[in-house]
Write a protein that binds this ligand. Sequence first.
Ligand code: ZN
Length: 348
Amino acid sequence: MQITVKLRLRDRHVADLNRQARAVNVVWNYCNERQRQAVRECRRWLSYPVLAALTAGTGSDLSLHSHTIQRVCRAYVEAHRMHKKPWLRWRGRRSLGWVPFNTGHVAFDGSAFTFRGVRYETMHLRDILAGATIGAGSFNADSRGRWYINLPVAVPEATSASIQHVGIDLGLKDLATLSTGEKIAPPCFYRASEQVLATAQRARKTKRVRAIHAKAADRRRDFLHQQSAKIVKTHGLIVVGDVNASTLAQTAMAKSVLDVGWSSFRAMLRYKARLRGGGACLEVSEYGSTQTCSACGSVPSSRPRGIAGLRERVWTCSDCGTVHDRDVNAARNILRLGQQTLGGGAHG
Ligand SMILES: [Zn+2]
């Protein structure tokens, strides 16, 4: 299986990549010009081998990798086929920067990506293994001129035999409770900096306020990355409840909800599980997960109910007598639901 990882590159590579992108545009526009000429002379559409032959040997003049030129020709033929126009739009200053590369020409040594002998460093480096096989991808700029590297990375297929399953209940008191009983305390970075923030706000120090917010967000993201990586490392199947922050955020709990970042956490679990290979992250409805007994499957009269039930951390099932930690019980129900979904999918 192959997935694409997108990483933001450090800004010091901007000039170099802008130069390559301009050279790529030259190649593209040359293909376009030859195509237009072919149309005028009533010849057939130019094929990839023709364009490749026309551009062969221009790599050193343009300071481009020869395979980059080939990828541009290929992309031109592909776009031409899709658009069904005699020729295509020219690439110019307003086109988003694009420098394609071919399979095996970008190497990763654990800290940076090497292409044409140049080391490209990224802002973050997460979950890519040194020496990983990198397919045909590209460097891409966004509309603000920031550059990214898009890397197709091969990940091993799932081996269901070696999979450890875990259910996760996302909450406010704890960020996450695992069906194994483990709990992850919520990061309260905004809360922690509230005092400092209030002082800065009163003093109308806009820059300082912005810096505090940015710092808290960074710390929270790092925390979520660490925690999700830990879970994915030891579990092949992760089932997580679909608790929705945007509905809760409208209530009085708003601040704590925004502080925990459930949706980012779920997104991280999802992509890390895929990246590790053999991993899967399922999202299931958490409806009823709190009120069902995970031991006997009944919905007993002693279950935690309503707003009052939110404060009930421990309860005893009146049907089978099992003593439950409210969140661990919910996580176990979520796990069971996920396993049923998978089982049903396999048979259906
Ligand atoms: Zn029970």
